[in-house]
Design a protein around this ligand. Structure first.
Ligand code: DC
Length: 226
């Protein structure tokens, strides 16, 4: 690990990456805060959860059981994922809408618990940042595993009922109760899995977004950059 607050690329150790790592549970505000912060700093933004959702979408589309660990891992290594802003193209098919739907949402935690899938997607996330000189990446393990030397590590939280209310606004076809129950189930899976569980990374700034304005949070985080 470097002694600088900025990460270096493996192939060119002198080239500094400006990485901002944002982690936290579903509905904690990662996407909203991450996108705004990226725009303000002129950096690109990567939603790594969309990548896990993309692999899940590809598996379901091929009729592969998400629990078939080896088959899903092979698929993760082969599948083409094009992530751009809020769009995700999986093997040439625009999956931006389907990856947010109930089928993918139900199955994604088991895919995200697959160590070989994680290894492949972490590799792609590091490559993505290396190609751009850095970026704002959001997920569950960005500050703890993907970029432990990130220039800024942020852990967002919010009250469970507020997180569920935010998510149920996004998925209009499900009741608040269904969304809240699904969120609690996914929280437990994401925090309890053996490989890279959602956890507070060393040195991360913890921000509770329950009652705070986005502009205020973004200004606060931008001011913390070295
Ligand atoms: O943020 P999201 O709800 O779109 O994430 C989808 C799933 O992927 C969720 O179960 C957590 C998991 N995930 C992960 O394990 N690691 C990441 N870096 C990002 C998401």
């Amino acid at each position: 690990m470097s002694d600088s607050p900025h990460q270096t690329t493996a192939d060119d150790p002198d080239r500094r990456l400006l990485v901002i790592a944002i982690d936290g549970p579903a509905g904690s505000g990662k996407s909203t805060v991450g996108r705004r912060l990226a725009a303000q700093l002129g950096l690109e933004y990567l939603d790594t959860g969309a990548m896990y959702r993309g692999v899940t979408f590809a598996a379901l589309r091929r009729g592969i059981d998400p629990a078939e660990a080896e088959v899903v891992a092979r698929l993760a290594r082969q599948v083409e994922l094009e992530v751009a802003e809020d769009r995700l193209v999986v093997d040439g098919v625009d999956a931006s809408i389907e990856i947010r739907g109930p089928e993918v949402t139900r199955a994604v935690s088991i895919v995200a618990a697959n160590p070989e899938v994680r290894a492949e997607l972490v590799r792609r996330q590091r490559e993505w940042a290396g190609e751009r000189g850095g970026g704002v990446l959001e997920g569950r393990d960005i500050g703890s595993v993907v970029f432990p030397d990130a220039a800024l590590k942020v852990y967002l939280t919010a009250a469970p009922e507020v997180r569920a209310a935010r998510r149920s606004q996004e998925v209009t076809d499900l009741s608040y109760e269904t969304v809240a129950a699904d969120l609690a189930r996914r929280d437990a899976l994401d925090q309890g899995r053996a490989d890279s569980p959602l956890a507070l990374a060393d040195g991360a700034v913890v921000v509770d977004t329950t009652d705070r304005e986005i502009d205020d949070i973004v200004a606060d985080l931008a001011a913390r950059l070295p």
